[in-house]
Design a protein. Sequence first.
Length: 108
Amino acid sequence: MENPEGAVRRVTSGAAAEHAIYHKDEVVPANRFKQFKNLEAQIKEAREEYNEIIERGIDPERQQNPATRASDIEEGRAIKEKLDVLEREKEALEANITKNQAPQNGSK
């Protein structure tokens, strides 16, 4: 049964249950899955942090103070850069996982 989000389901029987998960109908090593989920969590955290900075920057009082405004801008840029790097890592890992998959028992 596929996850409503279309992403992941665990293998529930056989020897593969201990060592693999399904990712879009492909078997993925558990360590890759953990790495993928870790990247997703880091991306979510970075997005939340970035959104907080944007919300702070909307405050007119913060905009009036040049030092505070500059600090917010610099912090926002740093987090945006981190977010971009994490998203590229996630895309690369996902592409690598998909590329390296061989059909199981002659089928996907």
